[in-house]
Design a protein around this ligand. Structure first.
Ligand SMILES: Cc1cc2nc3c(=O)[nH]c(=O)nc-3n(C[C@H](O)[C@H](O)[C@H](O)COP(=O)(O)OP(=O)(O)OC[C@H]3O[C@@H](n4cnc5c(N)ncnc54)[C@H](O)[C@@H]3O)c2cc1C
Length: 320
């Protein structure tokens, strides 16, 4: 009998599994796909609360995750770096609601605003290079004695067999596994390009032609994006890609004509609120649900993992 089975090998499942294992639990991950095939690997990824609710819990989880990423950024092998950048607005805009989680947020100077923008905020946040970071988390989990089984779960009760507790980090898969129709895809498409030496990110969340962002990483740059609710298509679309490239080159002219390396699309697990709570399955086994992080799974990952750890600890204190 093992202590815990974690369902899912995206950023939520991996962070939780690492924390549980490093806290002394015997942990196995069950997953339908390895990290490279998850939504998490498509993420840009920047620390930024987007399409995740409720705000008070998101602020607490996000603040804690920010602190953990700041520590990870000191180790180059994690794929986490701290980067300055801008969030731009076409109209004067109040300070961001998540400002308490990020030290040093300031209003942009006029000469920092590209044409067409009247306001903006500058701040330094973690940028997480997901293919590297997910590999780092997986290695850390395995090195600590955890195991991974690639085999889809047919039901929570089936996964629970042989374990004292289940942690459900199945993202969009929770729609079926937990019978939760409030989980919906929010499709995001990105273009990976060769970086023309950019060192700052730019976000324009509410442009008339859709969300636009430029996230420079170590060797490349992620250009986005879209937020298409209810769209299940994981195949990148050429017209959308051309529009993304056009919008990004307008924001940052050095991107014009840059070499395209890859097109990707992923389905964010949208939900009216993140579901992070303890449940009990019909067979009496405790199950902690941790899914529905929308466009903020990376941003909330460590805060949620710590809360999940607390719930698992409490549940296992009561079961033999
Ligand atoms: C284009 C794009 C850009 C983004 N940018 C950012 C960003 O900048 N910052 C940020 O914080 N977030 C960003 N996100 C959102 C972020 O990617 C998601 O919130 C996050 O990946 C959700 O993680 P997850 O682990 O819950 O889900 P996933 O990564 O989807 O992982 C779910 C796991 O569950 C497994 N699973 C599902 N069903 C089953 C089953 N029945 N049996 C076994 N296993 C199962 C899957 O195989 C997978 O391993 C972005 C997303 C996209 C698409």
């Amino acid at each position: 009998m093992r202590d815990v089975v974690v369902i899912g090998c995206g950023v939520i499942g991996l962070s939780t599994a690492v924390l549980l294992r490093e806290s002394g639990f015997d942990v196995r991950i069950r997953t339908a796909a390895m990290p490279r095939e998850t939504t998490s690997s498509v993420a840009a990824a920047i620390w930024y609360p987007y399409r995740a609710y409720p705000e008070d819990r998101v602020l607490a989880w996000g603040g804690r995750t920010f602190e953990v990423f700041e520590g990870l950024a000191r180790d180059p092998k994690t794929g986490v770096i701290m980067r300055e950048g801008f969030e731009l607005h076409r109209e004067p805009t109040p300070d961001p609601w998540w400002m308490d989680a990020v030290p040093g947020v300031r209003r942009c100077e006029k000469d920092e605003l590209p044409p067409g923008y009247r306001d903006g905020h500058a701040f330094t946040v973690p940028v997480i290079e997901m293919p590297i970071y997910l590999g780092y988390l997986l290695d850390r989990f395995i090195a600590s004695g955890g195991s991974v089984e690639v085999r889809p779960v047919s039901s929570l009760a089936e996964a629970a067999s042989g374990h004292r507790a289940v942690v459900n980090c199945s993202g969009l898969g929770a729609r079926r596994l937990a019978g939760d129709d409030s989980v919906v895809p929010i499709r995001g498409q990105v273009v990976r390009v060769r970086t023309p030496g950019l060192d700052r990110f730019i976000l324009d969340e509410d442009g008339p032609e859709g969300v636009t962002y430029i996230v420079p990483r170590s060797e490349d740059c992620i250009l986005g994006g879209t937020a298409q609710e209810g769209d299940w298509n994981t195949a990148p679309d050429q017209t959308t890609a051309e529009a993304i490239l056009r919008r990004c080159a307008r924001l940052e002219p050095r991107l014009a004509g840059t070499e395209v390396l890859e097109h990707r699309a992923g389905l964010r697990p949208g939900r009216p609120e993140v579901r992070l709570e303890k449940d009990v399955l019909d067979n009496g086994i405790p199950c902690v649900h941790d899914y529905g992080h929308g466009g903020s799974g990376v941003t909330l990952s460590w805060g949620c993992a710590e809360e999940t750890l607390g719930l698992v600890r409490k549940a296992l204190e009561r079961t033999p």
